[in-house]
Design a protein around this ligand. Structure first.
Ligand code: NAD
Length: 502
């Protein structure tokens, strides 16, 4: 195997000498599949093996300009369609995506390193559902009227214009479809910029959109680095709206870049979510739920409960059962349907997560399990990004490891004495995305939930999603809400027309 300096990071990537037939993914602009104009490429690496699995266009401002011009050109005709006509297009995309569901799952598992079972049941399934859900939402969408004594107000929802949609690597098509579907439904045209680390299913979506014959320029896809391609999109004067999902530090850059041209903006950012386990919780169900909340997708979900707060009186018993369940998870080959945990997204990210584990030890933490490369990882995965699920005890709830987003299979556990202390610890972070409370007393669960400063809280469950409800964070976890009618409202301008009756 040769080593080559990889364009997508400072780490060398491993080249398989037989990878001559790896695919070149292409941009999709005005109905054409194109390389970057500069003809430069980025390497897409497998998280599980470190091997190059595709090349991606290293697009720059020229490609973004072409994509935005195509989207602007397509806007008048697309925005003049009725809600029902656009809903029919979304259904066509959903149907075509559903036919290729298994391919979506395979590509997502390959590109992200996540277990195939998760890619099938969550990523692929939800991507289809997103298109179908927003088709139905927009079909049933009714605008308000407000009667006065001598006038009637009619609220009209107009498309915003060209939507720039920027997405991260942890749930690639799941999150991209969550933006593309409502943006198209409300009559906007789209320029999408997926993560350069997980470009595969965005390219598959472009293929599907081309196959169903969506008018050219309505959906455009530009691959590339965030600092180059993403930044060209957020600062572009021809883009009217940015929906961004990603890290908080990037979100700040996106916000300041979009601000000077007053783009409509939605930011879905990082999280450091608390899981509060009360003494009266059903132990068996709670252990299973807390393990899932902590480690789904290798802990790389913005909603993951990575700070586990446990009521003092059950601390030892809960921790012992929790550790048993964590250690029973099967880590390894993402393609194996029995696998619970796959690889982390990149070598850089593994370094970042491992750095936090070292920091935890400096901050007085004790690693109860994990923190190492898992034993028995097969030889073909030895250059992948592997970390065993890690549980840290003994940290102050105000320590960096307990308050900063690690975004890996790492949780810290903390004891609390009463509700007030649990709420205080839960709120002791700059983030405010989500949380969960586990208790047999539903009034108490609701009471605690209302005191946690986040956009979403679950009681006795986690990541239990109804697509009609608002989704988003407070504090440094984001600005704005998406989901159901909140998405339809974000991807449109509400205009009031007041007609005098006399
Ligand atoms: P990231 O911020 O590094 O990148 C996200 C996207 O932004 C990528 O497409 C990237 O290329 C692009 N980008 C990077 N720099 C840019 C710039 N200057 N201008 C424009 N675009 C730029 O995030 P990531 O590492 O891909 O994803 C992980 C983060 O995403 C975590 O913090 C996680 O919590 C967060 N996340 C949040 C949610 C949510 O709904 N709140 C969901 C998933 C992930």
């Amino acid at each position: 195997m040769d080593e080559e300096c990889c364009d997508s990071g400072c780490k060398p990537c491993v080249l398989d000498p037989e990878d001559g037939d790896i695919p070149d993914l292409l941009n999709y602009i005005s109905g054409e599949f194109l390389p970057a104009r500069c003809e430069e490429w980025l390497n897409d690496l497998s998280p599980a093996t470190g091997m190059r699995i595709a090349r991606v266009p290293k697009s720059n401002v020229d490609d973004v300009n072409s994509a935005v011009a195509a989207a602007r050109k397509a806007l008048p005709e697309w925005s003049s369609l009725s809600h029902a006509q656009r809903a029919d297009w979304l259904d066509k995309i959903a149907n075509a995506l559903e036919e290729r569901c298994e391919e979506v799952a395979q590509l997502e598992s390959l590109d992200t390193g996540k277990p195939i079972s998760l890619a099938r049941n969550v990523d692929a399934a939800r991507s289809v559902t997103n298109f179908r859900f927003f088709a139905e939402e927009v079909r049933n969408f009714t605008a308000e009227t407000f009667d006065m004594e001598n006038a009637t107000n009619h609220v009209v929802y107009k498309p915003v214009g060209v939507a720039g949609l920027i997405t991260p690597w942890n749930l690639p098509l799941y999150l991209l479809s969550w933006k593309v579907a409502p943006a198209l439904a409300m009559g906007n045209t789209v320029v999408a910029k997926p993560s350069e680390m997980t470009p595969m299913t965005a390219s598959l979506l472009a293929e599907i959109i081309d196959d169903v014959g969506l008018p050219s320029g309505v959906f455009n896809l530009v691959h590339g680095h965030g600092e180059e391609t993403g930044a060209a999109l957020t600062s572009h004067s021809g883009v009217d709206l940015i929906s961004f999902t990603g890290g908080t530090a990037t979100g700040a850059k996106v916000a300041s870049s979009a601000a000077s041209s007053f783009k409509k903006l939605s930011l879905e950012l990082g999280g450091k979510n608390a899981t509060i386990v009360c003494a009266d919780a059903d132990m068996e169900k709670t252990v299973a739920g807390v393990v899932r909340a902590g480690f789904l997708n290798q802990g790389q979900v913005c909603l993951c409960g990575s700070r586990i707060l446990i009521e003092e009186s059950i601390y030892d018993d809960f921790v012992s059962r929790f550790l048993t369940a964590v250690e029973a998870m099967k880590i390894g080959d993402p393609a194996d349907p029995e696998t619970d945990l796959g690889a982390l997204i990149s070598a850089d990210h593994l370094d970042k997560v491992s750095g936090y584990i070292s920091l935890a030890e400096e901050e007085g933490g004790v690693i109860l399990t994990g923190g190492i490369t898992p034993e028995g990882i097969p030889k073909q995965f030895e250059n992948g990004n592997w970390l065993s699920p890690t549980v840290i005890d003994g940290l102050s709830p105000n320590s960096r490891c307990a308050t900063e987003e690690i975004f890996g299979p790492v949780v810290s556990i903390h004891a609390f004495s009463d509700e007030i202390e649990a709420i205080e610890i839960a709120n002791a972070t700059q983030y405010g995305l989500a949380g969960s409370v586990w208790t047999a007393d539903l009034d108490k669960g609701k009471r605690i939930a209302q005191e946690i400063d986040t956009g979403m809280v679950w009681v006795n469950t986690w990541l239990h999603r109804d697509l009609r409800v608002p989704f988003g964070g407070v504090k440094h976890s984001g600005v704005g809400r998406e989901g159901g009618r909140w998405s339809l409202s974000f991807y449109s301008h509400a205009v009031n027309i007041c007609i005098h009756n006399d």
